[in-house]
Design a protein around this ligand. Structure first.
Ligand SMILES: NC(=O)c1ccc[n+]([C@@H]2O[C@H](COP(=O)([O-])OP(=O)(O)OC[C@H]3O[C@@H](n4cnc5c(N)ncnc54)[C@H](O)[C@@H]3O)[C@@H](O)[C@H]2O)c1
Length: 357
């Protein structure tokens, strides 16, 4: 079925989402108040990434685009303006509203207002933590179900990657000071930008039945100048409500990139290396009886295609949005940990998360 979608933000993620939606045959409109961003999308980003521009994609200023007729609205804008935009976008009555990651700025201002508003609308809401939907994550889940790993002993997730790549892909930016990336309070820095790692940690603790994060102890290396204020490294020690402990490391300085999930069990281990072998994801495992490695052929755009396939399943009511691995609840829980992490850094103490707030 051909769906109609609108993407707010003609930046890096806007282009990825547009391409993934076109791949499934959906009609795409991209809106951005910056006409130069729309021009770059048509003439530079999209053709450079995917071979050529797709003339069926409509590019528009937000004020000129149609309203009230989209199946899905994607908010691929900077995090600190996302909640206000989400509240506005609800008035367009999309069936699904996807808010990119990180959900918002660490203050989590207005998230309660958004949650209240959502009760008045039929819209289902999800958050763009696409790594939890990847083939590598699904392969790891299948292995956990089928193999004899025994008890879980530890879980470590790392997303360590210099953001030089981001700035070479955004040559119109001179550095983090020109965007939200240079400001932790806007959802930038390692804690926000690489929060896929934290979200994957929460995903696997959920999958393994280990409960939600209860306590957060964080240390961060901050970069503070007259132009920027962000964390370049963010290390989180986490304890769940079941007393399980583990660790997340995120930074914007490591090169070459290192992105991995490592689960130690009593009878073996499981490891996902993202881009681990010639840009493929690799899942290594060893259990009581066997060991092996599974290489997953894919490029980064394929992850977004998986996400769009998942959204189609939600639209067809084969998956309930609030039970999805990318549900708003899960995205909010990731944001709660990021917020607690900054409090922990500032107060130099362990912070307990209150899920009633
Ligand atoms: N899921 C992923 O793997 C993934 C990948 C890349 C980026 N992201 C996330 O997506 C968000 C955007 O990142 P990016 O790299 O695309 O940023 P970007 O700076 O490349 O693009 C953001 C665009 O949003 C536009 N914008 C600002 N206000 C707007 C508004 N009111 N309406 C419409 N457009 C508006 C800006 O003009 C800009 O063109 C960030 O939160 C980032 O973390 C997620």
């Amino acid at each position: 079925m051909t769906r109609k979608v609108k993407i707010y933000g003609a930046g890096s993620i806007g282009n990825h989402l547009a391409q993934a939606c076109r791949r499934i045959g959906w009609w795409v409109t991209i809106v951005d108040p910056d006409m130069e961003a729309l021009r770059r999308t048509r003439e530079e980003i999209y053709p450079a990434r995917y071979g050529k521009w797709d003339n069926s994609i409509r590019l528009s200023h937000p004020d000129d685009a149609l309203k009230d007729c989209f199946d899905v609205i994607f908010l691929g804008t900077p995090p600190h303006i996302r909640i206000d935009l989400a509240i506005e976008a609800l008035k367009e009555l999309p069936k699904i509203l996807l808010l990119e990651k990180p959900l918002c700025s660490p203050s989590m201002e207005k998230t309660n207002e958004l949650i209240k508003k959502l009760r008045q609308y039929p819209t289902m809401t999800v958050v763009g933590y696409d790594h939890v939907l990847s083939k590598a994550t699904k392969t790891a889940e299948k292995l956990i179900e089928e193999k004899d790993f025994g008890r879980v002993l530890s879980l470590d997730v790392e997303f360590r990657e210099t953001w030089k790549g981001i700035f070479s892909a955004h040559p119109w930016l001179s550095g983090p000071e020109d965007t939200y990336l240079g400001f932790w309070e806007k959802g930038g820095g390692a804690s926000g930008e690489h929060s896929h790692a934290l979200n994957l940690w929460q995903h696997f603790t959920h999958f393994l039945g280990l409960g939600k994060v209860r306590e957060v102890s964080a240390i961060m290396k901050m970069v503070e100048t007259d132009k920027v204020c962000y964390d370049e490294s963010c290390f989180l020690n986490l304890t769940t409500e079941m007393g399980f402990v583990g660790r997340v490391a995120q930074d914007v300085i490591t090169e070459p990139v290192k992105k991995q999930v490592r689960i130690q069990f009593a009878k073996g281990f499981l490891e996902i290396l993202i881009n681990g072998f010639e840009k493929r994801d690799v899942v290594y495992f060893q259990d009581a009886k066997s060991s092996g490695e599974i290489r997953i052929e894919k490029k980064r755009p394929d992850d977004f295609y998986e996400e769009i396939l998942h959204i189609e399943e939600i639209l067809k009511h084969r998956i309930l949005a609030n039970e999805s691995p990318i549900s708003l609840r899960r995205g909010l829980n990731t944001m709660r940990v990021i917020k607690a992490a900054h409090e922990s850094r500032q107060m130099k103490k362990t912070i307990e998360i209150d899920y009633r707030q």
